[in-house]
Design a protein around this ligand. Structure first.
Ligand code: ZN
Length: 136
């Protein structure tokens, strides 16, 4: 269960979009020599990090807000479920549609999760470096 303060914190984190997790990833990618744009305006789902030249995008997803399947951080709220459940379900649907739409437009899409960054930043960055280098 998420406290009222916790919920406010989550909402704020989501609204600002410029989360610390995203910062961590961006800093690493920058150090690897990658240059990117932020918050692809006009692209489905407004991907967090956009590589126009490579035609690749990265979403940095919070486990709660985007309902990371099988993840302990997903923590579906036990109170006010009639409010949260449809909302979270919609988020998940929107994510799926955004990825499908981007792929139809010829973009390659990578999704990384909050818990993966927290568990192993190095592994996530290696994974992203592979994604950015790959030709397909
Ligand atoms: Zn997760």
């Amino acid at each position: 269960m998420i406290s009222r303060e916790g919920r406010t914190r989550i909402m704020k984190g989501v609204r600002s979009k410029d989360t610390s997790l995203e910062h961590i990833v961006r800093r690493e990618l920058f150090a690897l020599g990658y240059r990117y744009r932020l918050h692809g305006e006009g692209l489905p789902g407004r991907p967090d990090i956009v590589f126009p030249g490579l035609r690749k995008v990265i979403f940095v997803h919070g486990c709660f807000w985007h309902q990371h399947v099988g993840c302990v951080r997903r923590k579906t709220p036990r109170t006010n479920t009639e409010y949260w459940l449809p909302k979270l379900k919609r988020n998940k649907q929107r994510d799926k549609q955004a990825v499908a739409a981007l792929q139809r437009m010829g973009w390659r899409v990578a999704v990384i999760w909050e818990c993966e960054i927290k568990d192993s930043k190095r592994q996530v960055c290696a994974q992203l470096a592979r994604f950015l280098k790959s030709e397909q």
